[in-house]
Write a protein that binds this ligand. Structure first.
Ligand code: PMP
Length: 350
């Protein structure tokens, strides 16, 4: 059938990601779906934000033709921005803490961006301040994913609308998400609160970095950026989730009581469920997707019969080849694979 249209640019393929039923892992008394953001062209939810920031800044005149774009990012925003900037012809500089996975840096560079690493001891606040410094020194456009209105707005206008359309006329009892900037939860919740008030919004964060759960307020500068790191933060393995401060974009969801329940989850559970999704469902997602799914499974266990649950999966597992997600996934043949090799006469390794 084809897609019924020809595309003028890669940017037109962003969004409209599928909600996919879980068939093996889900308890029988509920129906569990995942919204697979890996279907975006640069394979994460952040493609939405990237095109939104750039196109809103083009419209407002804040971003001039050929001007350099700069941003602090743990990876997916940088990869999304690199894709968008390549398609539109803007130079891009990314600042990123050295602790994030190697393939993220290389992907950004492959897409034509420059990546400036910052010391991991200075955490997310350090990479953010470096981006501000570079923007001020060079007159570059700072994307400001943690503060910009363009972040939650794109989820309000696309992610949320897709969910409404896909579940139109059917039940949707729970929607489950984590947060990085908070764009997904703030934007989608704005719409669900109004249009699907019966849907319970479940938010998650790492069990060893419970910034929201601690109840401790974030100190901010005048522009909404963090004045200091949050005291409840500790390093955690769920890349893309919970930076060491509460972003302004997320603050809206906290102040507006957008979520019905906050459930902490461990990095180990994220890794476990990412692997389960891959091996039992054929659905490939990263650690944050696994962590969100771990929470969705908890909800599923205790939900009433007939409940329908939707779980966000923010990116692809392919982004984690050098990370703990792939630890123990061997390069060499196992004993079982060697035995298979020897079980027929030809083409054996020496
Ligand atoms: N998971 C991953 C892997 C991400 O890169 C992000 C975005 N930083 C998120 C989850 C959270 O999305 P949001 O920024 O919209 O809260």
């Amino acid at each position: 059938m084809g897609r019924g249209k020809l595309y003028d640019s890669i940017l037109e393929t962003i969004g409209d990601t599928p909600c996919i039923r879980i068939n093996t892992l889900s308890p029988d008394h509920v129906t569990l779906y995942v919204k697979a953001e890996a279907f975006n062209p640069a394979a994460s939810v952040k493609d939405r934000l990237a095109v939104s920031i750039i196109e809103e800044a083009e419209r407002s005149g804040e971003l001039k033709p050929g001007q350099t774009v700069v941003e602090a990012t743990s990876g997916n925003t940088g990869i999304g921005l690199a894709m968008v900037c390549a398609a539109k012809g803007y130079p891009l500089v990314i600042t990123m803490a050295e602790s994030f996975s190697i393939e993220r840096r290389r992907l950004m560079r492959f897409l034509g961006a420059k990546v400036v690493l910052t010391p991991k001891g200075e955490k997310a606040v350090g990479m953010y301040r470096k981006a501000v410094e570079l923007a001020e020194a060079n007159g570059w456009f700072l994307a400001r994913q943690f503060e910009t209105e363009a972040n939650a707005r794109i989820h309000e206008n696309t992610t949320a609308r897709e969910i409404l359309a896909d579940f139109d006329g059917g039940r949707l009892d729970y929607w489950v998400s984590g947060y990085g900037t908070g764009g997904t939860v703030s934007g989608v919740s704005r719409v669900l609160k109004k249009e699907r008030p019966e849907t319970r919004i479940i938010l998650s964060e790492p069990d060893n970095a419970q910034l929201i759960g601690s109840g401790e307020a974030q100190k901010r500068d005048g522009d909404g950026s963090p004045a200091s790191g949050h005291p409840a933060w500790q390093p955690h393995p769920i890349q893309g989730w919970t930076p060491d401060f509460v972003p302004l974009v997320l603050q809206e969801a906290i102040d507006g009581n957008y979520y019905d329940e906050l459930i902490p989850v461990s990095g180990a559970a994220g890794i476990k469920w990412s692997r389960e999704l891959a091996q039992k469902e054929g659905i490939f997602t990263g650690v944050s997707g696994g962590a969100t799914f771990a929470v969705a499974m908890q909800i599923a266990e205790r939900a009433e019969a007939g409940s329908v649950i939707l779980c966000m999966l923010p990116d692809t597992g392919e982004r984690y080849l050098s990370s703990p997600l792939f630890e123990g996934i061997a390069e060499d043949m196992s004993d079982e694979e060697v035995a298979l090799s020897k079980s027929t006469p030809g083409y054996q390794m020496g």
